[in-house]
Design a protein. Structure first.
Length: 260
């Protein structure tokens, strides 16, 4: 079954890449523009830490580690599971009908059927930062952490996108929550305290996306690694379950929809 899924995803990826390369100039501009956007943020933190040295115990090297984690994991989610961001609009517009005609698994086909090539810039820069700043001995841990972070990104988008089954005008809510996750995960974990820290760990799981992985890369803690793995598993189960519960409420859009 896993091999069958891999082959299906590979075919979708080939089609998406071929389509993107048909508009090569746009493809290159998208990738380069995202890399430049990410570099601007890194320069911003370079200026901040050049002036203040550290922020609640975090220094510039910690922020580089954070960006290596978040860019790589977000890039993986975008390049290989790019349609996860469109779940709410697919449901609202009745475009889920197309996927209902495909062999199971419905959710799997939805999230792999489109790539976000803007995310390729994130992925490439994240890999470069990892090569430059993460010791080779920590590479296996880094790979594990970015896989977990990528799964959290994907599961959170599935969770928020599935709200469209249950509420009106869910697209804006989904977008706000998604952007909130990205925004909160882009700042040092140490600046969050009290209820805010609980919020960014368990409601909008930004801490598990970037902050905790950075701490684990700095000082390994098996307990927190297990917490991260456990949280990732629970979030994934909840997200997938919510999608299929909502699917039972889905009403066909009665549209003839042809994918391009």
């Amino acid at each position: 079954m896993a091999l069958k899924h891999f082959k299906t995803q590979l075919e979708y990826f080939k089609i998406s890449l071929k389509t993107a390369l048909d508009y090569r100039a746009s493809f290159i501009i998208q990738t380069v523009s995202m890399i430049l956007n990410d570099i601007v943020w890194i320069i911003f933190w370079l200026i901040i830490f050049n002036k203040f040295q550290n922020t609640n115990g975090w220094n510039l090297n910690d922020m580089i580690l954070l960006y290596a984690v978040i860019l790589t994991s977000y890039g993986i989610g975008g390049v290989f599971y790019g349609n996860r961001r469109n779940i709410s609009s697919i449901i609202v517009e009745g475009r889920l009908d197309y996927y209902l005609t495909l062999p199971k698994n419905i959710l799997y086909h939805v999230i792999i059927s489109k790539a976000s090539w803007y995310s390729l810039g994130d992925l490439l820069l994240g890999i470069v930062l990892a090569i430059m700043f993460i010791p080779l001995v920590k590479a296996p841990l880094f790979i594990l952490l970015i896989v977990l972070s990528a799964i959290i990104f994907i599961s959170f988008d599935i969770l928020t996108g599935s709200l469209a089954f249950f509420m009106e005008n869910s697209e804006e809510t989904s977008s706000t929550l998604r952007e909130g996750l990205i925004a909160f995960s882009s700042y040092p974990l140490s600046i969050y305290t009290g209820l805010t820290k609980i919020l960014i760990l368990f409601i909008i799981p930004a801490g598990f996306v970037s902050g905790i992985p950075v701490q684990l890369l700095k000082t390994f803690d098996a307990t927190w690694l297990m917490y991260t793995i456990g949280f990732t598993i629970v979030l994934t189960i909840v997200a997938v379950s919510l999608f299929y519960i909502g699917l039972k409420k889905y009403e066909s859009g009665n549209q003839l929809y042809v994918r391009t």
